[in-house]
Write a protein of this length. Structure first.
Length: 168
């Protein structure tokens, strides 16, 4: 342990403590958990999904447009930017739906409900995605397993669907 103290020029208790700036040393800055902004974009009775390539290039999975939230950025900005960058769809933030640790990826996800503004859905990011689609909200379970969908997302889709149908 003394070797670590000499290498890092700080006490072992400080080295093992929670992440923070250690002894004023700028090399040891506060670390951040990986956060992802997830855009739930609605258009009438439809919701926007992307078909993501698997890590190994073989597997695919359907999900909402999403992107990593870097320190200093807002989840809302990332949700809008990633939706446009992945799908060519312009959207605006309606409201935050909440956050959770995703049950499959163990990443902190912040869910943002967005309203469609303009643009044709297309696969703009061919490296990351295989395809893009507007699907009926009631068909979401065919694309994303229901037990993986954040419950406030399902509730928001149900409520916005009711509001859209009562307005017509």
């Amino acid at each position: 342990m003394r070797l670590l103290e000499r290498i890092f020029e700080t006490g072992i208790d400080e080295l093992l403590s929670a992440p923070h700036e250690v002894s004023g040393n700028p090399q040891f800055q506060l670390s951040y958990a990986l956060r992802v902004a997830v855009a739930v974009v609605v258009r009438d009775s439809k919701v926007l999904v992307v078909c993501r390539r698997g890590d190994d290039g073989n597997g695919i999975s359907w999900q909402f447009p999403a992107g990593i939230v870097k320190p200093g950025m807002s989840a809302e900005t990332v949700a809008i930017r990633e939706t446009l960058g992945e799908t060519g769809v312009h959207c605006s933030v309606a409201r935050k739906l909440g956050s959770r640790v995703h049950p499959v990826t163990n990443v902190v996800c912040e869910y943002i409900l967005c309203d469609y503004l303009t643009g044709d859905a297309q696969n703009v990011d061919v490296v990351e995605n295989v395809g893009v689609a507007w699907i009926d909200r009631d068909q979401l379970g065919r694309f994303i397993p229901a037990d993986q969908v954040y419950p406030p997302v399902l509730e928001a889709l149900r409520l916005t669907s009711l509001l859209a149908s009562s307005a017509s």
